[in-house]
Design a protein around this ligand. Sequence first.
Ligand code: SAM
Ligand code: SF4
Length: 334
Amino acid sequence: MQPLIDPFARAITYLRVSVTDRCDFRCVYCMAEHMEFLPKKELLTLEELDRLCTAFVDLGVRKLRITGGEPLVRRNIMWFFERMGRHLQSGDLEELTLTTNGSQLRRFAQQLADVGVKRVNVSLDTLDEKKFAAITRWGRLAQVLDGVDAAQEAGLHVKINAVALKGTNDDEIFTLAEWCASRGMDLTFIEVMPMGDLGNEDRLDQYYALDQLRADLSARYTLTDIPYKTGGPARYMRVEETGQRIGFITPLTHNFCESCNRVRLTCTGQLYMCLGQDDDANLMRPLREHPGDDAPLHAAIREAITRKPKGHDFDYSRQRVEGEVARHMSVTGG
Ligand code: SAM
Ligand code: SF4
């Protein structure tokens, strides 16, 4: 089958799937405290998600990241992971992974490892209990730390993702780095993006540019650029003093769109060709209208890829937020 190539000659080999819009946390930069979630009947079933993801694998997707909302709160989600595990066994899929807030890892880490998951990204912005409670509103730090322990006990490689937040965790960059180094975990910092109209904070006040964060790290560490890649948007540096890798995801300061290899599927079957743009394609329709025939679904995916834009337009450089998108991060996942 012809691979998926977009209008800018980028091969699309990476699919991120948000399997639920629900979550057991309410992080301030991601969700409003009182969110309205989709009625469950509007969601694709796990069988439908299996068929859709399999169609992408048939079309050349090699890496699948399961995200949300919180993917591990979707009922029976391990059935779906097992189904995706068969593509690892056949060699059609190179990597099956997930992004999680870690709250359910104690329960699921071993099962994830058993189906072939090797790496997991855990989102954790702070090691301070009070700050953690303030950021996540409903989360408990101890539960997430226990989830990280469980993941490591199950043999999963853990990468910590921290959103860099001025006035919140900018005084913890060394604490986070040293904690990760002591546990053999990579760490990636992410710039806060203007996703979702949350009405509760000011993005510019929160924004801690990673150029600045890197300069701040350099006060204590020698940082060397390295070519390490995981297939995602992070650029990596090695900390010479600890030997660990630190990644930087910089949608604002360094646009990485020219090497974008991914598209994002929501739990209702909308395909977003770019995290930072609103154009989407409805894949639920060809899926449901042609239950026994994947050809219309393949055609709809190919058509959508012809619409993949060059990049997002997030911009804070004129001291105001530009290029924001109204949908919440939990719709298309991270
Ligand atoms: N619930 C899971 C988790 O928190 O890892 C998966 C979904 S969450 C939407 C994925 C990632 O998006 C998390 O690392 C989170 O910190 C990040 N995120 C959410 N809102 C964001 C925003 N406005 N800017 C940057 N990153 C954001
Ligand atoms: Fe939930 Fe993840 Fe969003 Fe936090 S960032 S509210 S954990 S989906």
